[in-house]
Structure formats: structure tokens, C-alpha cells
Design a protein around this ligand. Structure first.
Ligand code: CMC
Length: 435
């Protein structure tokens, strides 16, 4: 209802205050409690932001109970069916789908910005050959701020858009360079004649350092299609941990490349973007279909740290719509490549066992997008430790869109949560000899 409020009463002091309930286009009403401390002298305690909206946003909407995901109002299923990744990135950044001419210009600009400075390329030489590609990604993307800082005016909307597009353009180049460095192969320069996904695959796998897409090493369009789909599904997911990190860093006015590097660091963990890598490691640990019941029992045992990776989601509590789309593609890619058959059989056995199990049913733990994405990446010959990097390439579209959105709003305050202090009360310092 339009003028509904939330009434909060402090039973100790008897003081009470009323807070407006804000209504968005979709989703739950949201109590505006910014004056709570002033009114009632208390904070709210919400670790993990279970019930806290940190911002207003027009970019992505999720209904976790109904399994709905919309980018700028468009259902993910429709975008996944018909779009190329850069079209979706344009939509996320600009709010509207591009016309043909706009998409052409955007693609040209992205290709044009894909090249990285030769000095930045040399940064890779400083990393040990076995450095995790995410470590290289976070370091090198952060270093972009050293190349684009003093001349960058983040108050200028055109410059902000240029930084965002530059980030999308350079991310596959930096990602592929991390991989090439880890396998000791020469860096492959980006090509303007290839699409976003083709170009990335070429930079990853070209043997000659120039032409992967030639008669000998033709890139299968179905595999390019699968990669494009994965990038679309991972492009944004509203205020997830990494996006919130980008926003928090951005709220201080920091350099946008440094903000994206912060997002990459947050993405790395196995509870977030590292989940697809963790799924493959988990399947390797399970080993074979006969072991599935043993591992399902381990996942249910609270005294055992083992969790079923790729299951559960903070927001989706019935099904993850991305998982529904990707599951089909997973079958298609694997039947085409005839790769990882045993792996896929094992993954299906885990999936079926968990879906039938009361523990997983009661706790509403369903396979999420990353349960399947790792299997597809494996079929595309992407090494396991590159999986989170793949996620980062796609999520860059979301990160920069959220950064653009928050920078457009001059009222965005610096992100600064409060805390419930549970440390020692005030006490007096004792000099070394008296402790
Ligand atoms: N295996 C076994 N038990 C689980 C799992 C799991 N994967 N996930 C949650 N539970 C249990 C958990 O032990 C808890 O049980 P209880 O209520 O008895 O204490 C209950 O389910 C609720 O779990 P929670 O950790 O409080 O739920 P959450 O919303 O805080 O965590 C999650 C969500 C995604 C971090 C968690 O489900 C998880 O760790 N999943 C595995 C990692 C994973 O696949 N992450 C990728 C998420 S999708 C990618 C993305 O969007 O970033």
C-alpha cells in the first residue's frame, strides 16, 4: 500500500518511531530506516545483509522464490535465447537494448579497446608460472588504474562510460594472457575481425600466436554459442558479494579499475565465483558414481566440512533459472564433443541423488548455475583454475553497470556499516613489565 509504514517500538525506553515503506517496481516493500539511530538510539544487526537493501537499482531483478531473473526488465530466458553477450552488456550498461547501428559501434569500440599496453603485458612476467590465474587477474586489472588514473575524471559521464567499455574490452585479453603465462605460451594479440567470444577463444588457444580460427583449428560455432550463453547467464546478479564490493569501493570515489579488481577478489571465493572450480574439484574427489551416497551423507553431516558445491543459493530457494537454461546446453555440448562423458554421468548421479534427498528438499538446496557451468567449460578445454576467471569476464558487464549507476547518483553516500561491539570494555594500558 502506498503510505504504509513500519512501526518500531523500543520496549525498554517505550520510544517508538514510524518508518516509510518504499515500494519498487517489483519485489518486497523496503523500510527506510536511515533515521533509526537518531530516533531510537539503536542499530540493526544484519550480518550477511539477509534483509538489508544497500541501494536502489534499475539493473537486475531477482525473485528467488519464483526463480525469476530479469536484466533491465527482460527475462534471462529471452536474452539467453536471442542475444550476443555484448548486446546484453550494452543493455546492462545503458538500460535499453541497442539498435543495430548502436551494437555495431559498441562492438567496434570493445574490439578497439581489447589491446593492452605493452608495459601492462610485461606485468605477467613478474608472476611465477604456477600463479593462480585469478591472482594474476586481480593484480593486473588493479594495475590498469596506474595506466588510467591521473587523466580520468570520474565526474564526467562520457569518461565513466569510456572506462566501463574499456574494462569490458580488456578483460578477455588479460584473462587469456593469465592462462598463456601459466602454460608458458606466447601472448596472443586480440583480433578485431572476431566476435567477443571467438576472440577470447583465439587468444586462449591459438597455437601459432595468431590464427586459431583457420582451416586446421576451426572454432566450432556451437562451442562459441555455449560460451556466449554462459557469459550472458553470468553477466549480472544484482547486489551479490562481488558487485556489492565494487559498489562499496566505488562509494569512496576510487579509480574504477581498482573497484573492479576489488570485485574480482570477492568473486574468487568458493562460496561465490569459485564455486564452478569447486564443483569440478568435488567431482574429482567423489571419483565415481558408486561413491555418491557416501558423499551425500558427508554433505548432510554438520560435523563434516564437506558441502555439495554447486548446490544452494542465498537468493534462489526453489530453482535457479540460469541452471535450467544451462542444463540443456550442457547436454548439447557434451553430446557434440563426446567429452567428459564419465564426468557428466557422475554429475547427473550427484544431481539426481541430491534432488531426491529429504535434507536437500527441506532446505531447498537445488543445483545452481555453477553446477553445470564448470562441466561446459571443461568440454571447451578451459582449465579448471580458469573457471572463476571466465565468470569474472562475464560479470565485468554487471560490475561496470552498477558502478556507472551509483556514480550517476550524486546522493550516493560512502558505504559504512555499523557494528555490534563485543570486545573488551574500556581498560587501562599496562606497561610491558606489568602485564
Ligand atoms: N551442501 C550441504 N548443505 C548445505 C549447502 C550445501 N551446498 N548449502 C547450504 N547447506 C545447508 C547449511 O549447512 C545450512 O544448514 P542448517 O540450516 O542445518 O545449518 C542450510 O543449508 C542453509 O545454508 P546457509 O549456508 O545458511 O545458506 P546461505 O544462503 O548462507 O548460503 C551458499 C548460500 C550458496 C553460500 C551455500 O548454499 C553454499 O555454500 N553452497 C555451495 C557453494 C556454491 O555452490 N556457491 C555458488 C552460489 S551460485 C554462484 C553465485 O551466484 O555467486
Amino acid at each position: 500500500m502506498a503510505n504504509d509504514t513500519l512501526l518500531i517500538k523500543h520496549t525498554g525506553t517505550g520510544k517508538q518511531a514510524e518508518y516509510p515503506l518504499l515500494t519498487g517496481t517489483l519485489g518486497a516493500e523496503t523500510a527506510d530506516i536511515r533515521s533509526l539511530y537518531k530516533d531510537l538510539d539503536c542499530f540493526t544487526y544484519d550480518p550477511g545483509f539477509m534483509a538489508t537493501a544497500s541501494c536502489k537499482s534499475k539493473i537486475t531483478y531477482i525473485d528467488g522464490d519464483k526463480g525469476v531473473l530479469l536484466y533491465r526488465g527482460y527475462p534471462i530466458e529471452q536474452l539467453a535465447e536471442s542475444c550476443e553477450f555484448t548486446e546484453v552488456a550494452y543493455l546492462l550498461m545503458n538500460g535499453e537494448l541497442p539498435s543495430e547501428a548502436q551494437l555495431l559501434d559498441f562492438n567496434l569500440e570493445i574490439s578497439d579497446r581489447a589491446i593492452i599496453h605493452e608495459s601492462l603485458r610485461k606485468f605477467f612476467d613478474g608472476f611465477h608460472y604456477d600463479a593462480h590465474p585469478m591472482a594474476m587477474l586481480v593484480g593486473v586489472v588493479g594495475s590498469l588504474s596506474a595506466f588510467y588514473h591521473s587523466e580520468l575524471n570520474i565526474k564526467d559521464p562520457d569518461q565513466r562510460m569510456r572506462s566501463a567499455t574499456r574494462m569490458i574490452g580488456k578483460m578477455p585479453t588479460i584473462a587469456a594472457a593469465s592462462f598463456r603465462h601459466s602454460v608458458g605460451r606466447p601472448f596472443v594479440y586480440p583480433r578485431m575481425d572476431l566476435s567477443y567470444c571467438e576472440n577470447f577463444l583465439n587468444m586462449m588457444f591459438s597455437r601459432s600466436s595468431q590464427n586459431y580460427i583457420d582451416q586446421d583449428h576451426y572454432i566450432d560455432p556451437d562451442l562459441v554459442k555455449a560460451l556466449n550463453l554462459l557469459f550472458i547467464l553470468h553477466a549480472d546478479h544484482e547486489q551479490n558479494a562481488s558487485t556489492s564490493t565494487v559498489r562499496l569501493a566505488g562509494s569512496t570515489g576510487a579509480n574504477p579499475y581498482a573497484c573492479v579488481a576489488a570485485g574480482i577478489a570477492a568473486l574468487w571465493g568458493p562460496a561465490h565465483g569459485g564455486a564452478n572450480e569447486a564443483v569440478l574439484n568435488m567431482l574429482a574427489e567423489i571419483g565415481s558414481v558408486e561413491n555418491v551416497p557416501k558423499y551425500i551423507a558427508k554433505a548432510k553431516d554438520h560435523n563434516d566440512p564437506f558441502r555439495l558445491m554447486g548446490f544452494g543459493h542465498r537468493v534462489y530457494k526453489n530453482f535457479d533459472p540460469r541452471a535450467t537454461i544451462i542444463r540443456k546446453t550442457c547436454h548439447e555440448v557434451l553430446s557434440k564433443t563426446h567429452k567428459n562423458d564419465a564426468l557428466f554421468e557422475l554429475a547427473l548421479a550427484v544431481e539426481q541423488a541430491a534432488l531426491k534427498d529429504d535434507y536437500f528438499i527441506e532446505k531447498k538446496l537445488y543445483p545452481n548455475v555453477d553446477f553445470y557451468s564448470g562441466i561446459i567449460y571443461k568440454a571447451l578445454n578451459i582449465p579448471v583454475d580458469m573457471f572463476t576467471v571466465m565468470f569474472a569476464i562475464a560479470r565485468t558487464a554487471g560490475w561496470v553497470s552498477h558502478w556507472l549507476e551509483m556514480m550517476e547518483d550524486p546522493s550516493t553516500p560512502i558505504g559504512r556499516p555499523r557494528q555490534l561491539y563485543v570486545g573488551p570494555p574500556r581498560r587501562d594500558f599496562l606497561p610491558l613489565g606489568n602485564r
